[in-house]
Design a protein around this ligand. Structure first.
Ligand code: ACO
Length: 190
């Protein structure tokens, strides 16, 4: 599995992985906004093991002459499949203009077959380093569902985020979120 910076060509697969793995989904233009505004902040994990099971499902299209093509929503390139992504940005909320520069993790997910291999932690460390080094973020924030044990462990135990507060009914289905924050220290992130 390779970790590399996300490009505009990856966003269809990132959106597909997000739809597959999380109930919080975004429009294509929001992915574009991230990649065009902060091109060095978001990362993808890919594999060339293209024999892996079709976890995200595939779509077969038949043309008029009767021949069919199989579209797999995780192929970023022929021979390269997306297995995880982190979508990150700087906080550009005008209401928080008095705050020091700070980053935000919008979305993170790893395809099920590839979990517990350290991929999410690597993606997060790359994004945190870039937010600090390239965009001068002094800290980074994110939201996570209270019931999301795996992500909570990742953020709190592996990456040492702190819980800032509980935002009640943050999610559309009424679940509360932990608002989490981590001070970015270049020496620690290197
Ligand atoms: N149970 C307990 N701890 C876990 C689990 C789990 N299922 N998964 C990860 N962790 C913790 C552990 O501390 C782990 O370290 P260890 O394996 O040495 O014990 C550490 O996180 C690192 O785990 P990774 O292998 O890097 O995590 P993975 O690649 O499996 O991805 C993720 C974790 C992203 C949460 C994955 O389970 C997933 O995609 N879940 C569905 C989508 C999701 O919940 N995304 C986060 C939403 S919040 C947001 O987007 C801002």
């Amino acid at each position: 599995v390779t970790i590399r910076r996300a490009t505009i060509d990856d966003i269809i697969c990132m959106q597909n992985a997000n739809l597959h793995n999380l109930p919080e989904n975004y429009m294509m233009k929001y992915y574009m906004y991230h990649i065009l505004s902060w091109p060095e902040a978001s990362f993808v994990a890919t594999t060339t093991d293209c024999d892996m099971e079709d976890e995200a499902g595939s779509l077969t299209l038949e043309n008029q002459s009767g021949s069919s093509i199989k579209l797999d929503p995780t192929y970023v390139n022929p021979g390269e499949r997306l297995v995880g992504y982190v979508l990150a940005k700087m906080n550009d909320d005008p209401d928080q203009a008095s705050e020091p520069p700070n980053g935000h993790i919008t979305s993170l997910s790893v395809m099920r077959t590839y979990r517990r291999m350290g991929i999410a932690e690597k993606l997060m460390r790359q994004a945190l380093f870039a937010l600090r080094e390239v965009y001068n973020a002094e800290y980074v924030s994110l939201h996570v569902r209270q019931s999301n044990r795996a992500a909570l462990h990742l953020y709190r135990d592996a990456l040492e985020f702190g819980v800032l507060k509980i935002e009640s009914s943050y999610y559309q289905d009424g679940e509360d979120a932990y608002a989490m924050k981590k001070i970015l220290d270049l020496d620690e992130l290197k």
